[in-house]
Design a protein around this ligand. Structure first.
Ligand code: SF4
Length: 541
């Protein structure tokens, strides 16, 4: 055993390595990106435990499917993504619960309550519940490591995919983790079950029955897990507290003061799902009031409430006792525990100026937006849709060049719909990585319907927003790819977004905007940050 200081993401990655990982796939997304990055740093550095694959994929769906394939071959596989990425991978994830999972298959998903870097706060535990598969929710980095090891065992024991859910605060903070020795990887051993991997309706029905029957075994496993710990207080029959994951830390930070005010309440901590119903009932039978402190949506709280009145009062996010949005903190759970608010730090200095996020100085997107704004001058019923990446900042001054951001790839589909509804001109803006993720399929639709739109691929040759991971195809392949999707080669143009080319670029954009039918303009210039990284590397070589 040895002690290491690790991010939550890194602890999870090391847990997978020590479980005998053979393959890890993912798509970058804050706060999950560091899992694959850690594995890529370890890959091939020596010893059997570093001889795995760790690879970025076109999107979360293809990443999940690759991991399922590795599991079919008998290997242990990890797949990583952020919470909204699981929407993209939902189809293979939910269906894979009906497969006869062979090599351990673990989905690591990192949620972002408080939306530090996301479009929403959705809670991935609902997806695990929906798919009816087990879910682990670590409360600290050490549990992230240990639970990932355990998740692979559970996956092979129950022949199911297993989720490990992190949240931003845990994924991106460091703590000491006691780690053990690595297990050897599982040998290549293709599943021998001929009907376990093919979801024809008659087989899927049978597999669904198997999944339903497994629920009782999963409940028993969850009831017996040391990660679901119940402590009944002999002296306090009034308050019981249920915490999940990180919520436990926020409760425990207040516990000393709470205990000196009113004694120790009874406490059930939940780290493994399905919810341990017998332990919940034992707690509820002991107290008059249950307070639920959970990061994310009120999943446990809703399961406690059901539809009918219960003999114990249930408090949490649904009745406003705990904040329903944003991250929990030790301070914002205090009122629900009957503790006074902590005084804030008094600040008497001058008001600080706002610092809205900005594109970097010299960013190629700045010059693309300038050319686009120039090209669109004078049009009244214009629409510029956009997508998810650094360029979403084009909504803000001084650019004010884009109008929409929904989800990965939506700029192209929305542009098609708006163009077919009669708007003109309609321009979609999307990054190179986002285009490969899920913009390509929207472009195929636009080609099929000859939609009157211009797509600008803002190709900076990297996935910049999540830390400059490489785009899975080089920029040189884009024109051939777009031709292959059916766009008329005469209307695939490449521009160099530099200030000195602004007027020329605006003219090219205008020509394509006026073309009736789909056209694509690739604005190709490398991200300033990857250029800086390269020069730093060159200087040290
Ligand atoms: S990281 Fe790159 S793409 Fe993002 S704003 Fe900075 S220069 Fe532009």
């Amino acid at each position: 055993m040895r002690d290491l200081v690790l991010l939550g993401d890194e602890a999870l990655a090391l847990g997978a390595m020590h479980a005998g990982l053979s393959a890890a796939y993912g798509y970058p997304g804050t706060p999950s990106t560091e899992i694959i990055e850690f594995l890529q740093r370890q890959q091939g550095t020596g010893g059997q435990e570093t001889s795995f694959i760790a690879s970025w994929c076109a999107n979360e769906k293809t990443a999940y499917e690759a991991a399922v394939g590795a599991s079919l071959a008998g290997r242990r596989a990890l797949v990583t993504m952020k919470h909204v990425g699981l929407n993209v991978a939902a189809d293979p994830f939910i269906n894979s619960a009906l497969l006869d999972i062979h090599g351990g298959l673990v989905l690591a998903v990192a949620d972002d309550p408080g939306m530090h870097s996301s479009q929403n706060e959705q809670d991935s535990r609902f997806f695990a519940d929906y798919a009816r598969v087990p879910c682990f929710e670590p409360r600290n980095q050490e549990e992230a490591y240990a639970m990932t090891l355990e998740a692979f065992e559970v996956s092979e024991r129950f022949h199911l995919p297993v989720m490990v859910r992190l949240t931003t605060r845990l994924a991106h903070s460091r703590a000491v983790v006691r780690v053990g020795e690595a297990k050897p990887p599982r040998p290549l051993d293709k599943s021998a079950n001929p009907t376990g991997w093919i979801l024809l309706p008659n087989l899927a029905r049978r597999n669904w029955e198997r999944l339903l029957k497994a629920q009782e075994s999963l409940r028993q496993y969850s009831e017996g897990s040391p990660y679901n710990a119940l402590t009944l207080s002999p002296s306090d029959r009034e308050l019981g507290v249920i915490t999940t994951g990180l919520g436990c830390n926020y409760y425990e930070e207040n516990l000393e003061e709470l205990a000196s005010n009113r004694g120790h309440p009874s406490h059930l901590h939940i780290g493994v799902y399905p919810v341990p119903a017998a332990k919940v009932r034992a707690l509820a039978a002991h107290v008059r009031r249950v307070l639920v402190i959970e990061e994310g949506y009120p999943l446990v709280e809703r399961q406690l409430r059901g539809l009918l009145a219960t003999p114990v009062a249930v408090e949490g996010k649904e009745n406003g006792a705990i904040p329903a949005s944003g991250e929990l903190t030790p301070d914002n759970v205090r009122p629900a525990l009957g503790l006074p608010e902590r005084p804030g730090l008094a600040y008497s200095g001058p008001a600080l100026p706002g610092r809205p996020p900005q594109l970097c100085a010299g960013c190629p997107h700045r010059d693309t937006f300038e050319a686009l704004n120039l090209a669109l001058t004078g049009y009244e019923r214009k629409l510029v849709t956009s997508d998810i990446g650094c360029y979403t900042l084009g909504f803000l001054p001084p650019h004010q060049a884009i109008e929409t951001c929904l989800c990965m790839g939506a700029s192209v589909g929305m542009a098609r719909g708006a163009a077919e509804a009669g708007l003109h001109p309609v321009v979609a803006t999307i990054g190179d990585s986002t285009f490969l993720h899920s913009g390509m399929t929207g472009l195929v639709d636009a080609v099929a319907s000859r939609a009157n739109l211009t797509l600008i691929i803002m190709d900076n040759s990297t996935t910049a927003m999540t830390g400059t991971q490489p785009t899975i195809l080089p920029s040189a392949r884009f024109p051939e790819l777009i031709r292959g999707l059916g766009v008329d080669p005469a209307h695939i143009r490449v521009i160099n977004p530099l200030k000195r080319h602004t007027e020329e670029n605006a003219r090219i954009l205008l020509e394509e905007i006026e073309h009736r039918g789909p056209s694509v303009v690739i604005a190709l210039r490398e991200c300033i940050q990857t250029l800086k990284k390269k020069s730093r590397l060159e200087a040290t070589e």
